[in-house]
Design a protein around this ligand. Structure first.
Ligand code: N01
Length: 485
């Protein structure tokens, strides 16, 4: 079995960022295990029409690799993927990645991680999971789903051999992905039936093309793009004040959302269907100028009755009076999100025969700083528990985590140590603090059900406050928080 100092799982933003920082810290003895055939992670996989970032592009790049060429306020999927490929080329990372290497098992032997993949086996001193929270499509548990005879796929597995032209298309889901692809599908389809369980808040997407003049100024004027990034960063932090500290601020956003709905949907029945009934931000805020008009079009229908089953020809719903309707369809698209509360990688990582998933099932999903788990030595997470954001760019969090991992490696190397894991009491106190801080937030008590919350209503996904607080917290590596051996 080949041995490496560090094995990184995933070649998306997290894994590639880690590879760059490992090289920059003088480390050469590592591999990146990628289950897919190419680099890019979520931005390689999600290729549905209209796929774009809903966080401003100026903050959606590595801080050490700004991109002067973003085309719009909100970058499109192809250009984000192209950016990542460019970065990988610049840092010569491709050769360090083993493609089609799906990690099937990773066991701690007491001194190393034994890693089985579909492309071979390795041992590693340290394992870094850069697998992302939104990587495993979630398929709804609807009876008869597999009996559907038309075309069906998940939004994260878009079938590009299929075209909506002339088709009767059904869509399940009204989240960030659906809001982006629904207008494209509606324009082409013979009919669009959107099955909505919950109406979300939709705000205008203020998206401008970035002129050639601006792009060239970003290249020529030293510090200009960094200044713009700082301004965009600060502006993007502001909604956190509403989400966490003062909900009156959210009323301004809710007013904008209601105005958009009134302006774009004239049918009062449809308007009521689309009106959200929870505080803004409780579920991720959707940004679109085209979603409501698409749903108000003559060929579109929004169905709010409960889905009871899928049959070979379509979807069966039931209204409040128990009356059933079969919606005949040629295609059914699942915009039903990802398995965030049960990360598949946790089922593959084990210590003493017990998986991390079993451990988290017992004690709730948590990690010190979202990065390391007590009882799981030399294991680090990027985008681990309570480090996702409802308001700003997760790349800020990822970079802070990578620096933290590198500092942990530095400590091991400097002191000739072999293993590091969080102290159980420190992790427990940390988790209790995060959960306390989340209590007053709109994500916990805004009156909605979301994938931020686990089955006990515990928010295991989001960071509770400003991103600069997290970055500051991770900057000073506190060796006393860890058990070292
Ligand atoms: O998934 P979601 P997504 N019957 O989980 C519905 C990121 N992202 O792929 O609301 C009926 O948000 C479910 O209904 P409900 C971003 O972080 C980022 O859209 O639970 N409906 C919901 O409407 C985002 O938050 C970008 O009642 C069912 C939908 O499916 C995350 O990805 C762009 C159902 C799932 O929505 C996920 O977004 C796109 C059922 N049985 C996405 N099961 C960026 O720009 C589920 N639903 C960075």
């Amino acid at each position: 079995m080949n041995h490496v100092r560090v094995a990184v799982i995933g070649a998306g933003f997290s894994g590639l960022g880690t590879a760059i920082k490992l090289v920059q810290s003088g480390r050469d003895d590592f591999i990146v295990l990628e289950r897919g055939p190419d680099l890019g992670g979520t931005w390689r996989v999600n290729t549905y029409p209209g796929c774009a970032c809903d966080v401003p592009s100026q903050v959606y790049s590595f801080s050490f690799e700004l991109n002067p060429d973003w085309s719009h306020t909100y970058a499109r999927q192809p250009e984000i993927q192209a950016y990542l490929l460019r970065v990988a080329e610049k840092y010569d990372l491709r050769g360090r990645v083993v493609f089609n290497a799906d990690v099937t098992d990773a066991q701690w032997t007491g001194s190393v991680w034994e890693i089985e993949t579909t492309a071979g086996s390795w041992t590693a001193d340290v394992l870094v999971a850069g697998t992302g929270g939104l990587s495993e499509p979630s398929f709804p548990d609807i009876p008869g789903l597999s009996s559907f005879q038309g075309t069906t796929f998940h939004s994260a597995e878009w079938d590009h051999s299929w075209t909506a032209a002339g088709e009767r298309v059904g869509v399940i889901g009204t989240g960030s992905s659906a809001v982006q692809f629904v207008p494209h599908v509606q324009r082409e389809a013979a009919s669009l039936t959107l099955f909505q369980r919950t109406a979300s808040w939709v705000l205008p997407r203020i998206d401008k093309e970035i002129s050639d003049g601006h792009k060239s100024a970003y290249r020529r004027v030293p510090g200009l793009q960094r200044l713009v990034r700082a301004l965009v960063y600060t502006r993007t932090e502001i909604p956190l004040i509403g989400f966490r500290y003062d909900r009156r601020i959210l009323k301004l956003g809710e007013k904008m959302g209601r105005k958009l709905l009134e302006e774009q949907v004239s049918d009062p029945v449809l308007r009521e269907k689309l009106r959200p009934h929870f505080d803004l931000g409780c579920k991720r805020v959707l940004l679109s100028n085209h979603y409501y008009p698409a749903l108000a079009a003559d060929n579109a229908d929004v169905v709010t009755d409960r889905i009871v089953q899928v049959v070979s020809t379509g979807v069966v719903t039931e209204d409040a009076a128990g009356m059933r309707t079969t919606h005949e369809l040629d295609a059914l698209i699942l915009g039903t999100g990802f398995t965030v509360q049960d990360p598949p990688i946790a089922h593959k990582i084990s210590v003493d025969g017990a998986t991390l998933a079993e451990h988290w099932k017992r004690s709730g999903m948590s990690a010190l700083h979202g990065v390391a788990v007590s009882g799981f030595p030399n294991l680090f997470f990027l985008m681990g528990p309570n480090t996702a954001l409802g308001h700003n760019s997760v790349l800020l969090m990822i970079e802070a985590q990578i620096d933290h991992v590198v500092k942990a490696l530095d400590l091991l190397d400097r002191q000739g140590l072999t293993a590091i894991e969080p102290r159980a009491d420190v992790q427990e106190a940390y988790d209790a603090r995060i959960q306390r801080e989340l209590q007053p937030t709109v994500w916990n008590s805004g009156g909605c059900n979301s994938w931020y919350l686990d089955e006990h209503g515990r928010n295991t996904v989001l960071w509770p406050t400003f991103t600069f607080t997290y970055m500051r917290q991770l900057r000073d590596f506190q060796a006393s928080e860890y058990v070292l051996s």
